[in-house]
Ligand binder design. Structure first.
Ligand SMILES: [Zn+2]
Length: 409
């Protein structure tokens, strides 16, 4: 156990926060610090073809140890951490044999990780937890995934009696700012399919995510001196609020869950002359997703007709799509992961992601890529933690997937 803890800590104590305002890849120079270390480590444990490109995408190969043909599979995770909360000077704390009570992360600032609020903690009574000291995030998202993949490869190298095909591993920068997949060289990677190790609770297995689009609605008004405005002024803010109120109030993030889609108004900027509304649109179902976009267009059309002028303009841009469409035709890749979990005593929790993953983009780039748990909880903040046992289970799942894929049929 100490081995995997040490490895994890050696990663999280290197700051790799990404930056959405940067145009470079990786978005921050400091991501190279961990990237370069990982390259050395992958060579040291004995992987082949270890490479890092000019954008810090890392790839490596574990060659097949069987003579028959086996599909090439891959495991992918990201080494950046979220810009939502600081990842500098992470001081991990180890809680041995967790007793199910409050964990004092920081006595000075009275920061408590409590099962009263985070009841998932109770799943891990008796286990070893790694937490923050309350002042930073932990970076289990997704350095737990990296730890697991490296540890699994090391295990397979040290246990040649476990038969497996060719395994590719890929580590990316900038996932947290939505740019983890876009410079991923799928052809060079050369896998038939892959898994991102980037989920949360032990057992999670995900191959459905949102279809996603963004919409910008511009409302044009007319400014006139308020004292002489009768019949002349058009206050774009009132028109904008009319638009907002036509959309279904209950189809918003705060009123939906599971497979329910939504419109999310996330920004308003305006004055009398012009108001801009920014929405994101989300739905797992392709037809409902299209219907949501069509509804926005229709509201714009109807309001423009009502006011007999082009007061409203809308621009809608697709962002990413549900990977289900790309994974369902190769459903055995989910079945293998599910079987692997059961074989190592993990109960699979198959559910739809209310968001996107690098895997959804990779799936549309030709690499079908479901998502598997990495074990952490409360990502992107000071309450982030990971049970070491969950990381160990993830290592076992990776090895078992490799083994099951290589069984001759
Ligand atoms: Zn992640």
């Amino acid at each position: 156990m100490q081995h995997i803890i040490n490895r994890f800590i050696s990663y999280v104590t290197i700051d790799t926060e990404s930056d959405p305002n940067s145009e470079t890849t990786p978005s921050t120079k400091k991501q190279w610090d961990l990237a370069n270390k990982l390259v050395e480590e992958l060579k040291t444990i004995g992987l082949s073809d270890v490479s890092i490109d000019e954008n810090a995408y890392i790839m490596a190969t574990l060659p097949s140890n069987v003579s028959h043909d086996v599909p090439v599979i891959g495991f992918v995770s990201h080494f950046d951490t979220s810009p939502d909360f600081t990842g500098a000077n992470v001081k991990p704390q180890i809680i041995n044999d967790y007793d199910g009570k409050d964990i004092v992360l920081n006595a000075e600032e009275n920061i408590i990780l409590s099962p009263d609020y985070f009841d998932d903690l109770l799943l891990y009574k008796g286990q070893t937890l790694i937490t923050t000291d309350g002042t930073t995030l932990l970076g289990a998202d997704d350095k737990a995934g990296i730890t697991e993949i490296v540890t699994a490869m090391e295990y397979l190298i040290n246990h040649p009696e476990i038969k497996h095909g060719t395994i590719k591993i890929g580590f990316t920068p900038d996932e947290e700012i939505g740019r983890g997949a876009h410079k991923f060289d799928v052809e060079k990677f050369g896998a038939d399919w892959a898994y991102t190790m980037d989920g949360s609770q032990v057992g999670e297995l995900e191959y459905e995510n949102f279809n996603a689009a963004g919409a910008k609605v511009k409302v044009k008004g007319k400014i006139v001196h308020p004292g002489y405005a009768k019949g002349k002024m058009i206050n774009s803010m009132y028109y904008a609020s009319e638009f907002i109120n036509i959309l279904p109030r209950l189809e918003t993030p705060e009123c939906t869950e599971g497979y329910e889609g939504f419109f999310h108004l996330h920004n308003i900027e305006g004055d009398v002359e012009e108001t801009t509304l920014e929405y994101i649109i989300r739905d797992h179902d392709k037809d409902k997703f299209e219907a949501r976009k069509a509804l926005l267009e229709k509201v714009v059309f109807d309001l423009n007709t009502k006011y007999e002028s082009e007061v409203f303009k809308i621009e809608i841009k697709d962002q990413y799509f549900n990977m289900k469409e790309k994974v369902e035709p190769v459903m055995h890749i989910v079945d293998i992961a599910e079987e692997a979990m059961k074989a190592v005593g993990v109960t699979p929790l198959i559910k739809a992601i209310r968001g996107g993953t690098d895997g959804s983009q990779l799936s549309y780039m030709g690499l079908p890529c479901p998502n598997i748990f990495a074990g952490g909880h409360n990502f992107h903040g000071r309450y982030e933690y990971v049970p070491v046992e969950s990381m160990q289970k993830a290592v076992e799942v990776i090895c078992k997937i490799a083994e099951l894929t290589a069984i001759e049929k």
